[in-house]
Design a protein around this ligand. Structure first.
Ligand code: AMP
Length: 477
C-alpha cells in the first residue's frame, strides 16, 4: 500500500464521544431518527472514520472486518445521495457471497426505512435469473450482488448503470480470493467515470492495491488502530496449576460453548499438546503453526471460518496477519510476557453487535505478567475459580457445520454458485443448510449443516457440478 497516494485517517475506539455521534453528520433528520429507532446511538470506529469522508464524496479504501458496522458505513453514504424519484439504479454493491449480499441488502433496507419507496435488490448466482429479470424490470435504486451474476446481467443488458453514483466493493480481499478480479474489472468498466467508489477490505493483499490504482480516484485510506472495543469484551482470568492448564481449556469450552474460539499458546509444543488433549475430550480442534504447508494452512483457516471447526489453536506468530476477528471467544492458554500482545490477542473477540469473551489461564508464576496487563489496561483482571466451570449443553462442544472438499476449483472454472446449485437443485437441500463456499485453485470447500453432511456428500459424488462429475470427501474437523 506504500506507493498509493492515499491520505491516511486513523480512528481508535477511544475517540471522544462527540466525534462518535451520528448527529454530527450531514444526514437528514429522518435518517438520524431512524438510526435512533434502530438503537444505533454511537458510531462504531469504522463509521466514525469513514462516514465524514464518504459523505463528502471521497473515494475510500477502508480496512474493516465483518461485525465492525462497515455496512452502515457505506450504506448511509449511498443512501444520502439517492434520488428516490429517479427509478434508475444509482448504487451497486459487490459482495463475495450470496450470504453477505443478503445481509447487506437487509441492512440497507433497515437504514432506508426513513424514506419511502427505496428499492434495494439482491442479484446473486445460484438462483434462476428469470425472477431477477422481472424484478429489474420494475426498477431498483440499489443493487447488491455477487460479481458473476452482475456480469451476467450486464451482458444481457438487463442492468443499466448509466445513472450509477456509487460503486461499493465489499470484502474486496475475499472477492479476489474467490477469483472475481476479472468480473470486478468488467463491472467497473461499465460504471460511469464520474462516480464514487468505496472499497472495504479486511486485509490488503497485492491485488487490492492494483484494484484501487485502477478503479479509485484519489482515495482516502481509513485504517483502524488495533485497539479493541473494550466495552464489548468481557475478560476473565482463572488461576490454574501447571498440570490443570490444558484440561481447563476444555472446561471453558464446554461451559461457555462459544461457536468459534481462538486459543493462543506461547509455544508450538503447547499448541500440539492442547490439540491432543482437546481431541481426546471429543472437541474438534485444529492447530495453526509455522510448520504447515500453505495448502494445509488454507484448509485449517477455511474450516475455522466456515464454522466447521470450533477451536483454532495458534501461536502469536502463526496468527499474525490473519483475517480472523469477531470471534465469540479468545483463550490465553498461556499468559504472554508482552502486555501489548495480550491486548492484540483479546481484540480478536467482540463484534459491533455482540459481546466477546476473553479468558486467560494464569499460574502463580505468571502473576507478574498479569500485573503488567492490569497496568496497561488500567484495571485489575477479574479472577474466577475453575470450580465454577460446569459442562452445559449436551456432550462435548461440536461445530454446527462440516466441510466437504470437492476436487476441482478455479482451474475447472467452478464458482460458488455452481456448488450451491448442485446442492440446492436436484439434490434438494435448503440454501439455509449450506454455509460458506470457498473456491481455491484446485479444490472447492463447502460447509454444510452437520445433519446433512453424509447425504450431501453422497449427492455431490453421485451428481454433477457445472455439468461435470466430481469427487468429494469430508474433511476432518
Ligand atoms: P456489519 O459489520 O456491517 O455486518 O455490522 C455488524 C452489526 O452491527 C449489524 O448487526 C449492525 O446492525 C450493527 N451495527 C452497525 N452499526 C451500528 C451502530 N452504530 N450501533 C449499533 N449497532 C450497529
Amino acid at each position: 500500500m506504500n506507493d498509493l497516494s492515499a491520505t491516511k485517517t486513523s480512528a481508535a475506539a477511544g475517540t471522544t464521544p462527540n466525534n462518535m455521534a451520528f448527529s454530527g453528520l450531514p444526514l437528514s433528520p429522518a435518517a438520524l431518527a431512524n438510526l435512533v429507532s434502530l438503537g444505533y446511538t454511537t458510531m462504531t470506529p469504522i463509521q466514525a472514520a469513514s462516514l465524514p469522508l464518504a459523505l463528502a464524496g471521497h473515494d475510500l479504501i477502508a480496512q474493516a472486518q465483518t461485525g465492525s458496522g462497515k455496512t452502515a458505513a457505506f450504506a448511509l453514504a449511498l443512501l444520502a445521495r439517492l434520488q428516490t424519484k429517479k427509478p434508475d439504479t444509482q448504487a451497486l454493491v459487490l459482495c463475495p457471497t450470496r450470504e453477505l449480499a443478503d445481509q447487506v441488502t437487509q441492512e440497507i433496507r433497515r437504514l432506508a426505512r426513513s424514506e419511502d419507496n427505496i428499492k434495494a435488490l439482491t442479484l446473486c448466482g445460484g438462483v434462476p435469473i428469470r425472477n431477477q429479470l422481472d424484478s429489474l424490470a420494475h426498477g431498483a435504486h440499489i443493487v447488491v450482488g455477487t460479481p458473476g451474476r452482475i456480469v451476467d446481467h450486464l451482458e444481457r443488458g438487463s442492468l443499466p448503470l448509466a445513472s450509477l453514483n456509487t460503486l461499493v466493493l465489499d470484502e474486496a480481499d475475499r472477492m479476489l480470493d474467490m477469483g472475481f478480479a476479472e468480473e470486478i474489472a468488467a463491472i467497473a468498466a461499465q460504471c460511469p467515470r464520474d462516480r464514487q467508489t468505496l472499497l472495504f477490505s479486511a486485509t490488503y493483499p497485492e491485488g487490492i492495491e492494483q484494484i484501487s490504482r485502477r478503479f479509485l480516484r484519489n482515495p482516502r485510506e481509513v485504517k483502524l488502530s488495533a485497539q479493541p472495543n473494550a466495552n464489548k469484551i468481557r475478560q476473565r482470568f482463572y488461576e490454574v496449576a501447571e498440570d490443570q492448564r490444558l484440561h481447563a481449556v476444555g472446561l471453558l469450552l464446554n461451559h461457555y460453548r462459544p461457536e468459534r474460539t481462538l486459543a493462543f499458546c506461547n509455544t508450538k509444543a503447547q499448541c500440539r499438546d492442547l490439540v491432543a488433549v482437546l481431541q481426546a475430550q471429543g472437541i474438534a480442534a485444529l492447530a495453526l503453526h509455522g510448520d504447515l504447508e500453505q495448502r494445509e494452512r488454507d484448509q485449517v483457516l477455511i474450516q475455522f471460518a466456515n464454522r466447521s471447526c470450533p477451536v483454532l489453536v495458534a501461536t502469536d506468530v502463526a496468527a499474525r496477519g490473519l483475517d480472523i476477528s469477531g470471534l465469540e471467544a479468545v483463550i490465553n492458554v498461556d499468559i504472554t510476557p508482552d502486555a501489548e500482545l495480550h491486548t492484540h490477542r483479546v481484540g480478536r473477540t467482540g463484534r459491533a453487535d455482540a459481546q466477546g469473551w476473553a479468558f486467560s489461564l494464569a499460574s502463580l508464576d505468571e502473576m507478574g505478567r498479569v500485573g503488567r496487563i492490569d497496568e496497561m489496561q488500567g484495571r485489575a483482571g477479574e479472577f474466577h475459580p475453575l470450580t465454577e466451570l460446569t459442562p452445559t449443553g449436551s456432550g462435548p462442544l461440536c461445530a454446527p457445520m462440516v466441510t466437504l472438499q470437492i476436487l476441482g476449483g478455479r482451474k475447472e472454472k467452478i464458482r460458488p454458485g455452481d456448488v450451491l446449485g448442485a446442492l440446492t437443485g436436484s439434490a434438494g437441500f435448503a440454501a439455509a443448510q449450506i454455509g460458506k463456499i470457498n473456491v481455491n485453485e484446485f479444490s472447492t470447500y463447502v460447509a454444510v449443516a452437520r445433519e446433512i453432511a453424509d447425504a450431501a456428500l453422497r449427492a455431490l459424488n453421485a451428481g454433477t457440478v457445472k455439468g461435470k462429475r466430481v469427487k468429494a470427501r469430508p474433511m476432518e474437523g
